[in-house]
Design a protein around this ligand. Structure first.
Ligand SMILES: O=C(O)CCC(=O)C(=O)O
Ligand SMILES: [Fe+2]
Length: 539
């Protein structure tokens, strides 16, 4: 959509029928994907599979042992000429033949019977990938790509990582893991990074793989034995190639676009002396700047920086607001203003911990497979999102109508009067799961966004507003509210925002989009413009 397109004409797109078609309960379609929800489900499934495989392995081992002994006993008889005419007329032959079968066969039969009793287990195991889903090579590439993204955003210390310690630019305290990546793993992540054009991470991971490689892959783990194709002998070559590509892409395309990233300066020292690599960082706040500038500011905010000047922050307030009935448990809530113009606030404890847990549990069955979604519309709508999504109507689970009432009271509007307050969207992010800078109201006239965090994210995963210069760390139960429209009823592009990659923890959010209606449509604030509306602070 062009920026000037009146938004109201899209309202007709949101019929109830379309909405409900949109939200049919999704069956989990294998392969399952890599959101944190899917991965915890995978652990449970893997446990059940392993129990069956152990039984299978025991029974197969016995059957193999019995079969081998029985066959070698037969081979002894064959060696003695059992197949010759009249063999059994010698009493010793008759004895040996009878003994072979009479003693051996019951064992053979028993072991075969035990095998056939496993048919149900076999059935379960063989239908697992079709019915329950298993991660595929594509999923592995998604997780590896997620790791590459995490390094791109948060500058992981890769030598610490090689020793199972997570240390990044946003938190210097190491978080230990129980499994360290091998040279093969670092190589896989580095290769995934290069093939996704995350070239800064590609170079670093390949270098880390090179550092870690002892020449014979002796540190490989069992799972590496299934990875026969990964060739480490040429590892220094692929590293040097990645450095070259990095510098060439940086030289031609600059450090960052939605299709690639590099460091700000080339690795090559001569190239790095060029003037263009030593420009001062600029800051654009209060208006929408270029896409590249937005990406830079998004990245800085993801790393925890606050870009707002003191002249702005000193005018912001934090207070306790009451705007609801006790019925919906909206007491005086702590409300902190992040930005006055455009208006962005946070509200604390909008849902309780147990409600959050219930919402996560109930929506899990509606989640799609996690994937990277790319919007390929105009540049204004362009974004990438890596997460699983669930769409739900109020009637789907009992807590949603309660939540809707609570949101209405918090915002001070009646969602039922709207052309349709939109269905709820729930997102669960996985390793490095993110949502690049976008605007919520480009397709639908979403007057306001009410975003509730259902989990606390210890590291990464902030929701950030590049042109406001501020961001919020997800905290279970708290909400972020902002108004997407300007006075003329057009998307206010200063409300572009993004979700930073999750570094540590699970991130679940639920979104309610509020549409405009009533007087905002019939009595426009800017006469002559039927789409005109006001989006202003409600408190
Ligand atoms: O997950 C977040 O922090 C933001 C989600 C978002 O922007 C959206 O769903 O439109
Ligand atoms: Fe959004």
């Amino acid at each position: 959509k062009e920026e000037g397109t009146p938004i109201l004409k899209h309202v007709s797109h949101m019929t109830e029928k379309e909405l409900s078609q949109h939200v049919r309960k999704v069956q989990l379609t294998p392969p399952m994907g890599t959101s944190t929800y899917h991965l915890s489900r995978l652990v449970a499934d893997e446990n059940r599979a392993a129990t069956r495989l152990k039984t299978l392995a025991n029974v197969m081992f016995t059957a193999l042992d019995v079969t081998n002994r029985y066959l070698s006993s037969w081979e002894e008889l064959v060696g003695a000429g059992v197949e010759a005419e009249g063999f059994a007329s010698h009493p010793l032959h008759a004895y040996a033949l009878t003994k072979h079968v009479s003693l051996g066969w019951p064992h053979v039969e028993a072991s075969l019977r035990a095998l056939s009793h496993l048919s149900q287990d076999l059935e379960w195991l063989l239908s697992r990938s079709e019915k329950r889903g298993v991660p595929t090579g594509e999923d592995l590439a998604t997780v590896a790509g997620g790791m590459a993204r995490l390094h791109d955003y948060y500058s992981l210390n890769l030598s610490a990582l090689a020793h199972a310690q997570l240390v990044s630019a946003i938190d210097a305290r190491p978080v230990a893991a129980k499994i360290a990546p091998t040279a093969l793993d670092l190589h896989r992540i580095g290769s995934a990074a290069v093939s996704h054009n995350v070239l800064n991470s590609g170079v670093d991971f390949l270098r880390a793989a090179l550092d870690r490689w002892d020449g014979n892959a002796s540190s490989a783990r069992s799972s590496d034995t299934f990875d026969a194709h990964r060739e480490l002998r040429q590892i220094d070559l692929s590293f040097r190639r990645a450095v070259k590509i990095h510098d060439q892409v940086l030289e031609k395309k600059g450090p960052r676009s939605d299709l690639h990233s590099t460091y700000m300066r080339p690795f090559n020292k001569t190239l790095a002396r060029k003037k263009k690599y030593h420009k001062k960082e600029e800051l654009v706040l209060g208006v929408k700047g270029s896409k590249g500038q937005g990406m830079k500011q998004y990245l800085r905010l993801c790393r925890g920086e606050d870009l707002r000047p003191v002249s702005t922050t000193s005018r912001l307030s934090c207070r306790y607001v009451t705007n609801g009935s006790p019925l919906y448990r909206i007491g005086p809530l702590r409300m902190e203003v992040l930005s006055l113009d455009p208006y962005v606030v946070t509200l604390e404890e909008v849902v309780t911990p147990s409600e959050s847990a219930d919402l996560v549990l109930a929506s899990a069955g509606y989640l799609t497979r996690s994937s990277t979604v790319r919007a390929n519309g105009s540049s204004a709508e362009d974004f990438k999102r890596t997460s699983s999504t669930a769409w739900m109507l109020d009637k789907d689970i009992p807590i949603l109508p309660v939540l809707t009432k609570r949101i209405e009271q918090a915002v001070g509007v009646n969602a039922q009067l709207f052309d349709g307050a939109e269905i709820y969207q729930i997102l669960n992010y996985g390793v490095g799961g993110h949502y690049t800078v976008h605007h919520d109201a480009f397709v639908y006239p979403r007057m306001a966004t009410f975003l509730i965090y259902l989990t606390t994210v210890p590291q990464g995963g902030r929701t950030v507003f590049p042109w406001v210069g501020a961001g919020v760390q997800p905290k279970r139960g708290s909400a972020l509210l902002w108004f997407n429209m300007d006075r003329a009823g057009k998307p206010d592009s200063r409300l572009q925002h993004g979700a930073c990659p999750v570094l540590l923890g699970d991130k679940w959010v639920i979104n309610k989009w509020l549409y405009y209606t009533g007087q905002q449509k019939t009595l426009p604030c800017i006469p002559g413009n039927p789409g005109a509306t006001v989006s202003q602070p409600l408190y």
